[in-house]
Design a protein around this ligand. Structure first.
Ligand SMILES: NCCCCCC(=O)NO
Ligand SMILES: [Zn+2]
Length: 343
């Protein structure tokens, strides 16, 4: 399987995030992508290609222009205030506060952020645009005839909504890829999110649409991040009603429960008649993940890949979460190798 990868991911290296009430070193680090790339090479998964630039147009197909322009200028405006540390919000536009977009960068940082775990740094813009170029180059190759392709995207994307960043995500790589597939002729595209956390951003982007089916298996938002989206009763709205499926599972759920939910999701994808599949591949479902609470073992990721291959669809994998850095490479490549073995 071909991998698309860019070294520009290193430019995103936040110093800290607020977690469990204190500032801790970021879990989302460059070493994650380094370990995945090393495993891709070591396990001889296939060639590794660099992305080509696609500009902002495909990003603006799913993200609000004001948000994109904020990300483009945030660091420069932040550092002009004499600040050389990560840009993190310190409050939110919560219920009954005005929804006007603030003028000042400090206010916009709060308006366009979902949490304070997603530091904007000097290299964020370049890293995030490169990550979307990785996903878009994967689309180019899929349209060009590849049956399956791995977009080694970092920073990840599935928490990034139309107009806000969060959960270490700035641009929603999977949503940008799904929209590009639609724009390039696929009539129905399914996005399956197997990360531990609900893909609130991807749901937000496609919630009112029937041409992109969104499905997510994740830790129950009653106890797990992102807390405020990802419930089973969220089925889409308007045109999109019936085209959104959430499978929240209790923290600590066993592997067989997880795979039962996967089989239910795969059945919906087949029923939808998808012509292409985008997988938000987070491996923080791993039993040893430091911030998540499912129990998949490294061998289970081979089974996951094999089940996905059963759909017999052109498939684009976008890397999302996974913070057990030692095993991340084998966990990710197991999915891809498991997929290939059944293709
Ligand atoms: N800082 C709070 C937890 C962020 C979760 C990030 C993730 O793995 N999302 O899939
Ligand atoms: Zn996650």
């Amino acid at each position: 399987m071909l991998t698309i990868y860019s070294d520009s991911h290193r430019l995103q290296h936040g110093r800290s995030e607020l977690i469990d009430g204190t500032l801790k070193p970021c879990f989302e680090t460059p070493s994650r992508a380094d370990m995945v790339l090393a495993a891709v090479r070591q396990r001889d998964l296939g060639d590794v290609a660099h992305p080509r630039r696609h500009g902002l147009e495909p990003i603006l197909r799913v993200h609000d222009e004001g948000y994109v322009r904020f990300l483009e200028t945030a660091w420069q405006r932040w550092s002009e205030m004499g600040r050389d540390y990560d840009a993190l919000p310190k409050m939110w536009q919560i219920r009954r506060l005005r929804e006007a977009v603030p003028e000042h960068v400090e206010g916009q940082l709060c308006y366009y952020s979902m949490d304070c775990g997603t530091p904007i740094t000097a290299g964020t813009w370049q890293a995030a645009t490169a990550s979307s170029d990785v996903a878009l180059t994967a689309v180019d190759r899929l349209i060009g005839g590849e049956r399956a392709i791995f977009a080694l995207t970092r920073p990840p994307g599935h928490h990034a909504a139309r107009d806000y960043c969060g959960g270490y995500c700035f641009f929603n790589n999977a949503a940008i890829a799904a929209q590009a597939l639609r724009d390039r002729g696929a009539h129905r595209v399914a996005v399956l999110d197997v990360d531990y956390h609900h893909g609130n951003g991807t749901q937000d982007i496609f919630y009112h649409r029937s041409d992109v089916l969104f499905l997510s298996i994740h830790g129950d938002p009653r106890t797990e991040y992102p807390f405020f989206l990802g419930f089973a009763d969220e089925k889409g709205e308007g045109e999109g009603l019936g085209y959104n499926f959430n499978f929240p599972l209790a923290a600590g759920s066993c592997v067989s429960t997880w795979f039962f939910a996967l089989d239910c999701a795969l059945e919906q994808i087949a029923r939808f008649g998808a012509e292409a599949l985008v997988v938000s591949l987070g491996v923080d479902t791993f039993e040893g993940d430091p911030i998540s609470r499912f129990q998949l073992g490294t061998p289970d990721f081979v089974t996951l890949g094999a089940r996905l291959a059963g759909l017999k669809l052109p498939t684009l994998f976008c890397l999302e979460g996974g913070y057990a850095v030692g095993p991340i490479g084998d966990n990710v490549v197991n999915v891809l190798a498991g997929f290939e073995a059944r293709s």
